[in-house]
Write a protein that binds this ligand. Structure first.
Ligand code: CU
Length: 323
């Protein structure tokens, strides 16, 4: 199982397995959220490491790099301090979207903000809450489904690092946000999902009714559309409606273009039941080319629903045009 972390493992700070991203445990909001934003500074160490298949990944401990990298998660108002260790032989960096940082944490060669081979460098990401402004308007806070990536490997824009897997999800939560049971990171990177093609793309799993958070990120040089079968969400910050009159558009398909990201939560199989559901790029030749993965919704007790294994087998035997 790639790129899946359970809320339980996150809260416990347990190792989630070699292939699974680990959420920043120090930043873990609690489920029954009475936590307040404290303006706290969370400190982590990340390791950029070469991986098999010419990939490079970020990890939270030596030997634990993954593609995508770990989900980094903090409360709006808090600061994340990252000591990035470059264990590779190439210049690289970490550059965030959606948060505040000074030029020396920019992660770009333009600002001489990168790690030389073997070097450790500190990057500081700040966040802030929404504040009232004139005219009863508000300045936006930092809360959102963001992402981070290399900005120095190969070119001054990190084109080589991004292509090889140096990317991951960054979530800034607002106080009161509902926390998920499980989290999945889906990165449409050129013509691949998480640098894989079907049938090797991630199969995400949840039990019926579990609250599942999807973080979708676009990279590379190609435009995509993300579609999830049998589930839908509101096209706003959280993916949820705030009430019956919330005018947010409800969708099940959304543009996912280079540098963009969004997230949402669904209740697995809500209204449709357990089964095997596809997520895929809806550009037809991209889907045909292997930009397809599976979302297995098990029965509430964790058992396999009828027909699910057959569907999975069908997926693995399916011919994509890249075969
Ligand atoms: Cu596509």
């Amino acid at each position: 199982m790639d790129n899946v972390v359970t809320r339980r493992s996150m809260l416990a700070g347990a190792a989630a397995g070699l292939a699974a991203p680990v959420v920043v445990t120090a930043a873990a909001p609690t489920a029954a959220s009475t936590a307040t934003t404290t303006g706290a500074t969370r400190k982590i160490t990340m390791y950029a490491e070469a991986l098999p298949g010419n990939l490079i990944g970020y990890g939270l401990a030596p030997g634990q790099a993954t593609v995508p990298g770990p989900i980094l998660e903090i409360w709006e108002g808090d600061t994340l301090e990252i000591d990035l260790v470059n264990t590779t032989t190439q210049r690289l960096s970490i550059h965030p979207h959606g948060v505040d940082y000074s030029v020396d944490s920019d992660g770009s060669p333009l600002n001489a903000s990168f790690n030389n081979p073997g070097e450790t460098r500190k990057y500081i990401w700040r966040t802030r809450e929404s504040t009232p402004a004139l005219g009863r308007k508000f300045m936006p806070g930092s809360a959102g489904y963001w992402h981070y990536h290399d900005h120095a490997l190969g070119t001054d824009h990190g084109t080589g690092g991004v292509a090889r897997g140096l990317y991951g999800a960054l979530i800034v939560r607002r106080r009161g946000d509902i926390l998920p049971d499980k989290q999945f990171t889906v990165v449409f990177n050129d013509m691949m999902i998480n640098n894989k093609l079907a049938p090797d793309t991630p199969m995400f799993e949840a039990n019926l009714g579990e609250r599942v958070e999807w973080i979708a990120i676009g990279h590379g040089a190609t435009f995509h559309t993300f579609h999830l079968h049998a589930h839908r969400w509101a096209d706003n910050r959280t993916g949820m409606l705030e009430g019956p009159n919330d005018p947010s558009l409800v969708i099940d398909n959304k543009d996912l273009n280079p540098g963009s990201s969004f997230g949402f939560q669904v209740l697995a199989g809500d209204g449709v039941g357990p089964g095997v559901w596809m997520y895929h790029c809806h550009v037809q030749f991209h889907a045909d080319g292997g930009m397809v993965g599976l979302f297995l919704v098990r029965n509430a007790d964790g058992s396999m629903p009828p027909g699910a294994q057959e569907a999975i087998d069908r997926f693995h035997n399916h011919q994509h045009s890249h075969d």
